[in-house]
Design a protein around this ligand. Sequence first.
Ligand code: A3P
Length: 299
Amino acid sequence: LSLEETMTRSKLFDLKGIPLTQPIASVWDQVWKFKARPDDVLIATYAKAGTTWTQEIVDMIQQNGDTEKCKRDTTYKRHPFLEWFTPEPPSARYSGVELAEAMPSPRTIKTHLPVQLLPPSFWEQNCKIIYVARNAKDNLVSYYHFHRMNKELPDPGTWEEFVEKFVTGQVLWGSWYDHVKGWWKAKDKHRILYLFYEDMKENPKQEIQKIAKFLEKDLSQEVLNKIVHNTSFEVMKENPMANYTKDFEGIMDHSISPFMRKGTVADWKNHFTVAQNEKFDEDYKKKMLQVDRFLPTNK
Ligand code: A3P
């Protein structure tokens, strides 16, 4: 039997009010006690908000636009995924914490944890954090397709069922609404650069410059343009070190839905019915009253 045939999809477990997978729950003590270093950079997102894209931008900035250096390894191996732990396949049985501990500084680390579950050491060390938020409906659509292609995640059920799970926060890493709001509140108290996927799409150069400034890196126009080009969706889709075709073989099935799926804004319009959209917006307004910036984009 192939791995694909023997794999069972994860069930979600409640960890301090957040649904996480059993493997994550099993390494939670390690995660919570994680020792951040002052020069760690953390990229925090809700899953499918543009993490991989931001990781590539950050790496390209740190390597001063050297594409060969950025191809030293896959995204997954360049930047430890803090809370992740994969028991399968055995060849990849290590946790994000172990990967991070073995990595020399300066490190860039990825997490999808909601703000209240971030290991305290990141705050104590005053690490720089880049948070990226994506509009709720596109984030939902992307997450739905990712569940279809990633056998390590719970079965998404039908589209209708998945919308319901997303809206009620019954998905891995919990409520999108609480996630973006929690990190939004934290940004006034900590070193957090809060970015939006839609701004990155609209004006990549400007947003890349913001990140470079936050990381205190001076980039020439030439390097900046090179980063804009190499972190475009079209180029990253063809980059085996950034498109997830080299990790999670037998777990991610790109023939069902590629990791680099569409990379656009407002794909939700191809998924939501008019009734679904109205119901979603009604609920959204109640949950997001405090934060205007998150109102669904009508682009
Ligand atoms: P879609 O499923 O809408 O295409 P994450 O990295 O957080 O898992 O997010 C994945 C989403 O970001 C996918 O969205 C993917 O296509 C998109 N993405 C990846 N690289 C991108 C890029 N360079 N530009 C725009 N979108 C990108």
